[in-house]
Write a protein that binds this ligand. Structure first.
Ligand SMILES: [Zn+2]
Ligand SMILES: [Zn+2]
Length: 344
């Protein structure tokens, strides 16, 4: 039996080196207060942050390659800054040249937004990176923020989490389509896009979405074979490998506060697997998901919903090969998404 260890982190964070408001000391302190084990910062076309252990949190740096035309690309495991090209394929190739990997950021921001936050999109879906940020918390909020309605503005800031709806349908279709075309798992992450923007139009300057708040929303619960090492370079490798393989659950911490009580397992007669893994089909292959509280759980096989149940203990006897993944909602609000598990 394989024992896996979980750790919690947030991906896609902006610092003072691009359009975020905090330095790495303040950001890592917010991460510590929010109970995170690791964070990945990704400034727009910048690679200046010094990575390492800050306030007991592993701070890993990436870059958000940000061309003018869209195609924001989250680059991981690179060694030096990538100068952005307006050709997204070139950006992907440049990441690979450094031995890194990259995810499409917020690919489907809405064109029908009722605010001045211009949508940034992944225009041609035939350009395929190594994975997708299928859920970006700030884009999700901004897609539904109506700055033309004074009552809505107050609501949207006081009850920020109520605007959140999760993965956009087009993004889900893209993710499933590539998974159906590929033999291996095409992984997904949840991104925060934390900026902690400061607005000073009022008497008292206001920080919109402070880092600590952002760190308690969209997070990634990763699973590793060993506990995260206390050595930075080893821990960094563990985190990045888990993300690259899809060994993570995308979590809405506002709806799932007890992440330690989330467990996912597929097992057969000889071994067990987590999301992002591959496992052989035999007569006793089964899938279990346990949650801290009851929620609406849907099981997908190769992109098609095959089972729904409102429960905190989900069980399914697997009799078919394919890619299995789970989506959990509380009504309209996302609770978590798993990466696919490949049953062969
Ligand atoms: Zn972006
Ligand atoms: Zn961003």
């Amino acid at each position: 039996m394989i024992t896996k260890y979980s750790s919690l982190g947030v991906i896609h964070i902006h610092t003072k080196f691009s359009d975020g408001s905090g330095d790495i000391n303040a950001i890592s302190l917010a991460a510590k207060k929010a109970g995170l084990d690791w964070i990945i910062v990704s400034d727009h076309n910048d690679f200046s942050v010094e990575e390492g252990i800050y306030n007991g949190v592993f701070v890993i740096k990436g870059e958000e390659i940000s061309p003018d035309i869209g195609y924001h690309t989250l680059a991981f495991d690179i060694n030096e800054k990538i100068s952005h090209s307006e050709n997204p394929t070139e950006n992907i190739e440049n990441v690979h040249k450094q031995g890194g990997f990259c995810f499409a950021a917020h690919p489907d921001e809405s064109d029908s937004r009722k605010n001045s936050n211009k949508p940034i999109k992944w225009l041609d879906k035939k350009v395929v990176p190594d994975g997708i940020e299928v859920w970006n918390w700030f884009s999700d909020w901004a897609n539904r923020f109506n700055s033309r309605d004074i009552f809505h503005i107050a609501y949207a800031f006081l009850f920020r989490k109520k605007l959140i709806r999760g993965i956009e349908p087009q993004t889900r279709m893209w993710w499933d389509r590539i998974n159906n075309e590929m033999t291996e798992i095409f992984p997904a992450i949840a991104g925060s896009d934390a900026h902690a923007l400061k607005i000073s139009n009022y008497l008292i300057p206001v920080t919109v979405f402070p880092y600590e708040y952002c760190f308690k929303t969209a997070a990634n619960l990763i699973f590793t074979d060993e506990p995260l090492s206390s050595d930075f370079q080893t821990a960094k490798k563990q985190v990045l490998q888990a993300i690259k393989q899809g060994n993570n659950i995308l979590l809405n911490r506002k709806k799932c506060k007890k992440h330690n009580e989330v467990s996912l397992k597929v097992k057969n007669d000889s071994t067990s697997a987590f999301c992002g893994d591959k496992i052989n089909l035999d007569a006793n292959t089964e899938l279990r998901l346990n949650l801290p509280q009851k929620a609406d759980i849907s099981l997908y096989l190769d992109g098609n919903e095959i089972k729904y149940e409102k429960t905190d203990k989900f069980f399914h006897n697997i009799t078919e090969k394919g890619k299995y993944r789970i989506e959990v909602y509380n009504g309209k609000t996302p609770v978590l998404y798993t990466n696919p598990i490949l049953v062969v």
